[in-house]
Write a protein that binds this ligand. Structure first.
Ligand code: ZN
Length: 356
């Protein structure tokens, strides 16, 4: 079964288009007498136009044809191509089926182009089995001619998914038609989670470069599979980078901590690197923290008792800290101060305080 053929006078004709793509009628090739001069686009063997009982129009090779890839195209593949072309048009692009590359190096199932011809993207419906090497080679051949490609399948688990920029589609019982089922993600917390979207929305975002291919460096959360390439928005890539940098920073802090503890004491007494009361900002010197700093441990304890009864706002505490602490404990914040005297106490040095 094929859905395109070559007419001796009109060139390439398409069975799915009302005017065959050349301002002619289906009846001009279907049951025409004498037979319409149409041949296969691949093997040049004569073809006939046919209509199934369900009304599907297609071309079939005349008897005696060689084994031909065009004749092996399934209805499912053809219908997926039509869905891709319709979604690309809804997303604002021009879309043509079965567009050959320069010198026949490749043929795009659907070639979506920007109305200003700023870009070209091949939308490939891949339902037949294909190796990772095969799909990568076809992608590279198109890329060499300046055409990016996105591969689509509506099969449950295409093994090549993510090897090249690709999306798994699924049909839900909605008016939105085909939906993105796998391959479109956003960064959340410490990994990637899927983003539900219609095929049309996904294409509109890719055409506008609002989502781009990305190699994830953090996990794709269950039940997603680990894909080597996903689609996401650039700001989620930035978020993943920031997360990894923070993880690395925390790792270095953890690694440095034992080394500091093992280091020899400088003069036997640890000198707190943080500025003392004399170097503190004026607001701090005059604030409640400075008041506690100046007091002895005994008076600090009594100050803590007082803090439990005094209004924190009267004492000049940042109101947002008060609110946070009150929500957590149901009472006003209490200041606890510690004084450092040795290297081992650095982490609890005199300038550190916590709320209890
Ligand atoms: Zn053929």
């Amino acid at each position: 079964m094929a859905f395109r053929a070559v007419h001796a006078q009109w060139g390439t004709i398409f069975a799915h288009l009302p005017d065959l793509g050349c301002a002619q009628s289906w009846e001009a090739v279907w049951k025409a007498r004498p037979s319409a001069p149409i041949v296969c686009d691949e093997c040049r063997h004569p073809m006939h136009a046919k209509t199934s009982r369900a009304g599907l129009r297609f071309f079939t090779h005349a008897p005696g044809a060689p084994t031909c890839a065009l004749g092996l195209e399934s209805v499912a593949h053809h219908l997926l191509k039509l869905e891709l072309a319709a979604a690309a048009r809804d997303a604002g692009a021009h879309a043509e089926l079965e567009v050959p590359g320069p010198g026949g190096a490749w043929r795009a199932d659907v070639l979506a182009t920007d109305p200003t011809e700023a870009w070209k993207t091949a939308l490939e419906a891949q339902l037949a089995p294909i190796t990772n090497a095969g799909i990568t080679d076809r992608t590279e051949r198109m890329r060499a001619d300046g055409v990016t490609s996105i591969w689509f399948s509506d099969r449950p688990r295409p093994p090549w998914l993510g090897t090249v920029p690709s999306i798994r589609l699924a049909t839900e019982d909605t008016r939105e038609g085909l939906l993105v089922a796998e391959g479109l993600v956003k960064f959340h917390g410490r990994g990637w989670k899927p983003v539900p979207a219609s095929l049309t929305d996904f294409l509109a975002w890719t055409f506008a470069r609002r989502v781009v291919p990305h190699t994830p460096r953090t996990p794709l959360w269950y039940p997603q599979r680990a894909l080597p390439t996903v689609w996401t928005a650039p700001h989620y890539i930035t978020a993943e980078t920031a997360h990894l940098e923070e993880e690395e920073r925390q790792r270095r802090i953890r690694e440095a901590r034992p080394r500091r503890q093992a280091a020899p004491r400088a003069g036997g007494v640890f000198r707190c690197p943080r500025p003392g009361p004399a170097a503190a900002p004026a607001a701090d010197r005059n604030g409640p923290r400075a008041e506690v700093r100046r007091r002895s441990p005994a008076s600090a304890a009594s100050s803590a008792d007082a803090a439990r009864t005094d209004s924190p706002h009267k004492r000049g505490w940042p109101s947002h800290l008060d609110d946070t602490n009150r929500r957590r404990t149901g009472r006003a914040p209490v200041l606890r101060a510690s004084r450092c005297s040795t290297m081992n106490e650095e982490d609890a040095c005199c300038s550190q305080r916590s709320f209890s």
